[in-house]
Design a protein around this ligand. Structure first.
Ligand SMILES: O=C(CO)[C@@H](O)[C@H](O)COP(=O)(O)O
Length: 214
């Protein structure tokens, strides 16, 4: 069954524990934690100290999405804060050597590692790393903000990643504009993890929203 990872970007930070408890109670599988630096993306969110607080109050798997220009610089802090999975953007990396070093570094610390691609970045850009990844994150909106509309081109990328998986073990995650309808398209195409921010946190009935994604 598909995993549902609500993005806490859409949570109410004044009531964060309450929001985290509610999504866990209603069957969310992971917490998707969007880190934005105001440089790689035109928005600022939250960093590793809040992640450490989240870790103290939730048992859910912590799926950290780094939308930052220099992921290597801060990766130790996110490892220490309790991330289970660290996903960085291929567009933030300056060379294949540095990308391979970062993948290896995260694995050496017994954390899962993912690479994310923006809407305009083709799957071919990350093909050489696929066998070493635990997850590929397909962005179905331009990273930076919640509440945007799903871009259909993500479907072809999900299918391509599914076709290429063969002996590799990576999960396919999709993020941006996910609701019951777009989520179904992604599941049918082969997505393993659906990230949903506004659809879950702004729902009058969060249980129904999570159920509808599954
Ligand atoms: O990474 C991002 C945005 O950059 C996402 O995780 C959004 O937070 C998803 O929000 P919705 O599109 O589901 O509202």
């Amino acid at each position: 069954m598909v995993k549902v990872a609500p993005s806490v970007l859409s949570a109410n930070f004044a009531e964060l524990k309450k929001d985290l408890d509610s999504i866990q109670k209603y069957g969310a599988d992971w917490i998707h934690y969007d880190v934005m630096d105001g440089h790689f993306v035109p928005n600022i969110s939250f960093g590793y100290s809040i992640l450490a607080d989240v870790k103290k109050v939730s048992d859910l798997y912590l799926d950290v999405h780094l939308m930052i220009s220099d992921p290597k610089k801060y990766v130790d802090e996110f490892i220490k804060a309790g991330a289970d999975l660290i996903t960085f953007h291929i567009e933030a990396m300056e060379s294949e050597e540095k990308t391979r070093e970062l993948i290896e570094y995260i694995h050496q610390h017994n954390k899962h590692v993912g690479i994310s691609i923006k809407p305009a970045t083709p799957v071919s850009t990350i093909e050489k790393y696929l066998n070493d990844l635990d997850l590929v994150l397909v962005m179905s909106v331009e990273p930076g903000f919640g509440g945007q509309s799903f871009q259909d081109m993500a479907i072809a990328k999900i299918k391509e990643l599914k076709d290429k998986r063969q002996d590799a073990h990576y999960l396919i995650e999709v993020d941006g504009g996910i609701n019951d309808q777009t989520g179904k398209l992604c599941k049918d195409a082969g997505a393993d993890v659906l990230v949903a921010g506004s659809y879950v946190f702004n729902a009058d009935n969060r249980q129904a929203a999570i159920d509808s994604l599954k």
